[in-house]
Design a protein. Sequence first.
Length: 185
Amino acid sequence: MDDEVTSVLFGLRGFTPVHAAEDAEGGELVVTVETATPVLACPDCGGLRTSSRGRRRVRLRDIPHGGRRVRVMWSKRQRRCDDGDCERKTFVEQHDQVGRRRRQTARCRKFVARQVGAESRSVAAVAAEVGMGWCAANSVYVAETAAAGMCDPDRPVTWLGVDETAARRGRRYVTTWLKIARTSD
């Protein structure tokens, strides 16, 4: 199948699927991807005098597909800056669809926030569907709603929800307050 066709079917912009298989143990769909257009310049000096240092595999969560969890294995390129004046010696690829130090794709983060916020599903149900832990899914929800400006303290509260969850059975409890502010006067 044509690379462009598989990229469109997979739908993660900027990545090319290399391999897809079903995980025998968990029944998850595991998709190995590479960046479609690799960045070869050093992020500090901008120089193109770089050399390969191999690849690093990064494990990411993505939106469910066909009723199955999806795990993305990104084969990131590691590079070395060969410019003697540059302070940075090594670097790895970054992509806006993932973000720095993220364990979920950007579309997975938006999916979790939409399901918990707009669809009023529990954090636990969405976390199970995606294949994340409750704390990770709740952190994603809080971060995405804050980034979208939905947590403005100056807006009046029109609806308040409470969710209590045992993070550790019998030991630690987490209470989440969900504040929905009025969007129009």
